[in-house]
Design a protein around this ligand. Structure first.
Ligand code: NCD
Ligand code: ZN
Length: 356
């Protein structure tokens, strides 16, 4: 039995930390264990221009401890009116790492998202030309489509045709939730990468709804069937380079989660890498954790892997049930809060001894 594993420092290719007090409360959980993270731009108002992203990055950097080595990677929130020149300038100046597409009203804070896919084609053409990746919340919002089929229908109607119309554009299918989604990414490996969350690897819809409604398991894309969960575990742990880590850690205040219309999103940053380790161990694939967590993502984004390492040890600890947030947000419940967590990050080293 493996009792400790050291891997190249991981990155989180899909993270929400919000802003203000919530950001200051949530960010440290990621910054202490990950080298970089893709910062999702779905603030209100959204991070829609290079100027917005520069300002948001400054606020994130100001919230980090002085000795932190964490790097936030910024994204542009795509709208019907996004200016291709602003996108190109932001990318050329190293402000933007990618562009994030939310179909309007597909998820939390997506009201300003894209309503008409025809209108964003000039932006996609420009991104293809300059080699800038497109991150997609791959769900249709057509009210005639069942919520459980949103991912499959988006692939069929939008995503697959785009991979042919924009053959040189690199895509990331965010937070994969279905077996169909995994097969799609696989079939376009190289052009399309896919991120997978800890909770889509752990939960099925019976966990969510089968013994009481558990609002803390409500997220977009919604948790699917056991067959989907198994397919996702196979994709994550199978050693295929097109799949990589993206926690989708998304803190919400307790009152927003428990409202009549509850907010979608799970806050998992405090237990994220530990939960992936648990899943990989259960699948007898701990030796593949490093590729998924630390190598495949940078390769798809065409960035070098981190220099440092983290060491996970088999050591049981109890996840906090909630974090306290100063101000009106009050507190945010933690995914797996109160549970015994089998793996613990025992050491973080920002320089690889071998290379440093
Ligand atoms: C995310 C959030 O809360 O911002 N929610 C979620 O359910 N995953 C948005 C998103 O990534 O869809
Ligand atoms: Zn997200």
């Amino acid at each position: 039995m493996t009792d400790a594993i050291t891997i190249t420092m991981p990155d989180d290719w899909h993270l929400h930390v919000r802003d203000g007090d919530m950001m200051r409360a949530a960010l440290p959980f990621t910054a202490e264990k990950f080298g970089r993270a893709i910062m999702m731009p779905n603030l209100v108002p959204p991070v829609a221009t290079a100027i917005d992203a520069l300002a948001y990055r400054e606020r994130i950097l100001a919230a980090l401890p002085a000795d932190s080595r964490f790097t936030p990677l910024m994204t542009c929130y795509l709208t019907d009116d996004t200016d291709p020149d602003d996108v190109e300038r932001g990318f050329a100046e190293g402000i933007f790492t990618g562009v994030k597409l939310y179909p309007a009203n597909a998820t939390t804070n997506s009201a300003a998202g894209v309503t008409d896919f025809a209108r964003i084609r000039p932006v996609l053409e420009r991104m293809q030309k300059i080699g800038m990746p497109l991150l997609i919340h791959a769900e249709v919002v057509d009210p005639d489509i069942d919520v459980f089929d949103r991912e499959a229908v988006f692939i069929e109607r939008v995503f697959e045709p785009w991979t042919r119309d924009f053959p040189e554009l690199r895509f990331i299918h965010e937070h994969l939730s279905t077996s169909i989604g995994c097969d799609f990414v696989r079939s376009k490996s190289g052009q399309v990468g896919g991120t997978i969350t800890p909770y889509h690897l752990e939960l099925n819809r019976t966990d969510w709804l089968g013994s009481g409604n558990r609002p803390y398991m409500y997220c977009m894309p919604v948790i699917k069937t056991e067959a989907d969960r198994r397919a996702l575990r196979k994709a994550a742990t199978g050693g295929e380079s097109c799949f990589f880590l993206g926690t989708d850690s998304a803190p919400h205040s307790i009152h927003k989660k428990l409202a009549i219309v509850g907010a979608a999103g799970l806050f998992n940053a405090p237990v994220a890498i530990e939960t992936y380790a648990k899943v990989f161990e259960e699948e007898n694939a701990l030796d593949r954790l490093e590729a998924f967590a630390s190598l495949n993502g940078p390769a798809h984004y065409r960035l070098p892997p981190n220099e440092g390492t983290i060491t996970l040890e088999r050591q049981t600890w109890t996840a906090p049930e909630e974090i306290v947030v100063p101000g009106p947000e009050e507190r945010a419940l933690v995914y797996r809060g109160g549970e015994a967590i089998a793996w613990k990050v025992a050491q973080v080293s920002f320089q690889d001894a071998g290379r440093g």
